[in-house]
Design a protein around this ligand. Structure first.
Ligand code: PL4
Length: 401
């Protein structure tokens, strides 16, 4: 018989979001009349807007014609890679530096193959659980010690440091995950902060995996949307991004990863060449229908729809944030991000999660699921129909804070 992979044995309990779904199902089974509203998982709810939808439909229609048919597209449509470079990076990358994916999460998982089991990993604490769980699965982190995983360096992001980590804690030669706008805190790093991150990474021989999945929610023009706005970042950063939230593609599945040619390992080898090798070996490309939709999302009408959709969710976020503030609950986020991070001092996150579910029949996400520094926090997601969000906000007043 084969032995179980020790990395899987090391991983703690269930993945956060299925665990929330399990508790929701359990509550629904014992409260069959409850009208449960989810402000939990960050899953889009609004229909894909017409121009982008037509791009998808047209992409599917073309497959039914001799002239328009296409098969495997391993590295992604050239036109889409060029369009991404033009729209997001002022044409500063060649198509060979942009890799089309089936979503940011999938590439976040695969990227660790570049570095392997012995890699030191540093994460913002709290952070999107895939960074840590993915590191455990590849063997870069060891077993759970009660508050965190051995081998992971947690960089606390708290009210005291205004949700930007103390970079003196960053170890040398580490892979560092950084997400801005941040999931779950909703904090957005300033240009100065990202400059200090890039400087620290370069000095310490680190590589940053910059997760920009929420960049289209930034409304403050002074805030950077990409790590590549920072000088020197091409030699120390990979960026992942996604069509999921800006275009409503959570179910369609489309994203991209930028691996600059300037990025090198300590031995001088090209990270870009290795990523092309890995992607070519274990990934067969994103759906060509999804890519047609992605192209539509990046022309002028598509970008207008992206703005309309993200404005809608930001409108939800503003409602949630003011409902919480009216109750005297201190929170951040929600202005340049679809997440609101609310503090319940002295309480356990899972207890507050249970209380909000019981009292308001609203599903949230417990902050402790994002890391030790998330304890006593609750994340509210702004992805929901407007009427549901309004109803959830009015029910929150039932809480006895
Ligand atoms: C639930 C910082 C959501 N089942 O859709 P993708 O793969 O292009 O992007 C996923 C992603 C990447 N980076 C960040 C994210 O927050 C997300 C999506 N996160 C959330 O509620 O935190 C959806 C989570 C999904 C999952 O496990 O990712």
């Amino acid at each position: 018989m084969l032995k179980r992979n020790i990395c899987i044995a090391n991983i703690q309990a269930g993945y956060l979001f299925p665990e929330i779904a399990r508790r929701r199902r359990e509550f629904a089974a014992s409260h069959p009349d409850a009208k449960i509203i989810s402000l939990g998982v960050g899953n889009t709810t609004e229909p894909i807007l017409p121009h982008i939808d037509e791009g998808l439909v047209e992409g599917a229609r073309r497959l039914g014609t001799v002239e328009g048919y296409s098969g495997y597209q391993d590295e992604g449509l050239l036109s889409l890679r060029e369009k991404i470079s033009a729209v997001f990076y002022r044409n500063t990358f060649t198509a060979e530096e942009i890799f089309i994916s089936d979503g940011a999460k999938c590439d976040i998982g695969r990227l660790q193959l570049l570095f392997g089991a012995g890699t030191k990993v540093a994460v913002q604490d709290p952070s999107y659980p895939v960074y840590v769980d993915g590191s455990v699965l590849i063997g870069a982190a060891s077993s759970w010690n009660g508050t965190g995983y051995g081998g992971i360096v947690y960089l606390p992001c708290t009210a005291e440091n205004r949700y930007f980590p103390d970079l003196s804690l960053l170890p040398a030669d580490a892979l560092v995950y950084f997400c801005s706008p941040n999931n779950p805190t909703g904090a957005v790093a300033s240009r100065k902060q990202l400059e200090s991150l890039v400087q620290a990474a370069r000095e310490k021989g680190c590589i940053i995996i910059f997760d920009a999945a929420y960049s289209e929610f930034i409304r403050d023009d002074g805030l950077p949307r990409s790590i590549y706005e920072i000088e020197g970042s091409k030699s120390c950063a990979i960026e992942v991004n996604s069509f999921s939230k800006p275009a409503g593609f959570t179910g369609v599945r489309l994203g991209w990863t930028v691996v600059p040619r300037d990025l090198k390992y300590s031995g001088g080898e090209s990270v870009n060449a290795d990523w092309a090798r890995i992607a070519g070996t274990i990934f067969n490309g994103a759906s060509n229908i999804a890519q047609a939709g992605g192209l539509a999302a990046l022309d002028s009408e598509g970008l207008r729809e992206v703005r309309q959709l993200t404005d809608f969710y930001l409108g939800n976020a503003a409602l949630i944030r003011s409902a919480l503030q009216a109750l005297g609950i201190s929170c951040i986020g929600g202005d340049n991000s679809p997440y609101i991070w609310a503090c319940f001092p002295g309480r356990k996150s899972w207890d507050v999660f249970a209380e909000i579910l019981e009292t308001c029949q609203v599903v949230t996400t417990p902050g402790s699921g994002f890391g030790p520094a998330g304890e006593s926090f609750i994340r509210f997601s702004a992805f929901g129909h407007r009427a549901d969000v309004e109803e959830a906000c009015s029910r929150l007043s039932r809480l006895k804070i």
